[in-house]
Design a protein around this ligand. Sequence first.
Ligand SMILES: Cc1cc2nc3c(=O)[nH]c(=O)nc-3n(C[C@H](O)[C@H](O)[C@H](O)COP(=O)(O)OP(=O)(O)OC[C@H]3O[C@@H](n4cnc5c(N)ncnc54)[C@H](O)[C@@H]3O)c2cc1C
Length: 399
Amino acid sequence: MPGAATPPFDPYDPLGLDDLLTPEDRAVRDTVRKWAADRVLPHVADWYERGELPVIRELARELGAIGALGMPLTGYGCAGASAVQYGLACLELEAADSGIRSLVSVQGSLAMYAVHRYGSEEQKQRWLPSMAAGEVIGCFGLTEPDHGSDPAAMTTHARRDGSDWVLSGRKMWITNGSVAGVAVVWAQTTDAPGGIRGFVVPTDTPGFSAPEIHHKWSLRASVTSELVMDDVRLPADAVLPEVTGLRGPLSCLSHARYGIVWGAMGAARSSFEAALSYATTREQFGRPIGGFQLTQAKLADMAVELHKGILLAHHLGQRMDAGRLRPEQVSFGKLNNVREAIEICRTARTILGANGISLEYPVMRHATNLESVLTYEGTVEMHQLVLGKALTGLDAFRG
Ligand SMILES: Cc1cc2nc3c(=O)[nH]c(=O)nc-3n(C[C@H](O)[C@H](O)[C@H](O)COP(=O)(O)OP(=O)(O)OC[C@H]3O[C@@H](n4cnc5c(N)ncnc54)[C@H](O)[C@@H]3O)c2cc1C
């Protein structure tokens, strides 16, 4: 029962989850929220409608200045933030647009993380400080036109020629590709020790090009590209020395997926708040639509899933900070939170009626963005299979 010290019910934080955060956590969250409110929200509907992110280089520098790039990494100009703080930043960025969170995830959790975890000291010194500052944008090339969920079958390959490597192949659906100064590219190698290796490729290397992919109906305020590598000659030290095999890219993806667990709840929060505000002001049949039981049922269910999702993200963040987070737990979080987030956005769309399809409101933009988020970094089905395997001990991946 509420006592004298019990705070009033907050429709925007019904479980009082703010109490879980430290003052430092709140400071990080508020900084990123303010940046997104000032620099993204006034423009993002226009960028989305035009299908471009024209100021991506400026945004990257500003994100670097607030410490959002490679946020949980240490040294080399990175912020060394906690996993929970990184998650809160992802949530605030995705509350603005999934495209902005994707820019940050790919830069920090895929490209920089790969170099930070598996690179040589020279590679770290050369790339990480400028990437942390947002002066150099990075991309991460794993998916190919014919190999998505099954990257082990990739055909991009690197062969030795003297001490050099010669890289050839194509990657598809690569976030940040056309604006990247450096690409982390995964390729099959035949030379010892063989297997899949990661290469750090300056994008001005002859033979490398990154045409942008157009005609997307999702993640429109994000740069998505092909990577074309036609006998790209790289020095011996372009390879990431500390990892071989698929566990290299998969560990990077697990790190980025952790950010998505939080980020998806940002898109959901934005849509929920738009729906709640609309429901209390829009009148039909002479009363606010929020007074109808069916609308209240929708809002209650949305709030329950939203705040359960944030609680789950916070729990995984604490496990990551304690060094106890397993990849299967990240799959659990990504599967649940993206699936629930898209459902929240779709329900919000119904509450807004016809206005729900307009870019005047964020919900349709979030819903269509989440169609990509549902697929990238492991599809819903892949995460169900990861959990299914963990639960049963039986591997269903290959049918
Ligand atoms: C906007 C956007 C940005 C992206 N950015 C990047 C990036 O920066 N870097 C990068 O490397 N990739 C990126 N991707 C690619 C993304 O990771 C892949 O799209 C994803 O891994 C799925 O691969 P696919 O599209 O080839 O689908 P497929 O693997 O062809 O899957 C198609 C369908 O079949 C299902 N399926 C496949 N195998 C099985 C199975 N064994 N059992 C049951 N169902 C199965 C899938 O779940 C899915 O529903 C991006 C994608 C998008 C849309």
